[in-house]
Design a protein. Structure first.
Length: 89
């Protein structure tokens, strides 16, 4: 990933649309990253909803992985223990 960082860059050297709201004689920190690097992290890409057949197939694949089921009581106990770890600090 290419990234350019300039500290204490003069506001006067910025393009006009980026100077808006900044002090005329001030300096800023400029960070420029390639758009392709940002696309994966920040861009929201809406997906179309699953069909009923796709949902059933997704459930079948999930069950085929053989993950152990967790009862509601086990889930609550796990959450409470995690929460209590924060209370001990």
């Amino acid at each position: 990933m290419n990234k350019i960082v300039r500290d204490h860059y003069p506001v006067a050297n910025l393009p006009e649309d980026l100077r808006e709201g900044l002090a005329v004689g001030g300096t800023v920190r400029v960070v420029i990253e390639e758009a392709t690097a940002l696309t994966n992290r920040f861009e929201y890409k809406p997906r179309k909803p699953m069909t009923a057949a796709e949902a059933v197939e997704s459930i079948r694949r999930f069950k085929a992985e053989g993950r152990k089921s967790v009862t509601p009581e086990e889930a609550v106990a796990r959450i409470r223990s995690l929460r209590d770890e924060w209370d001990d600090e």
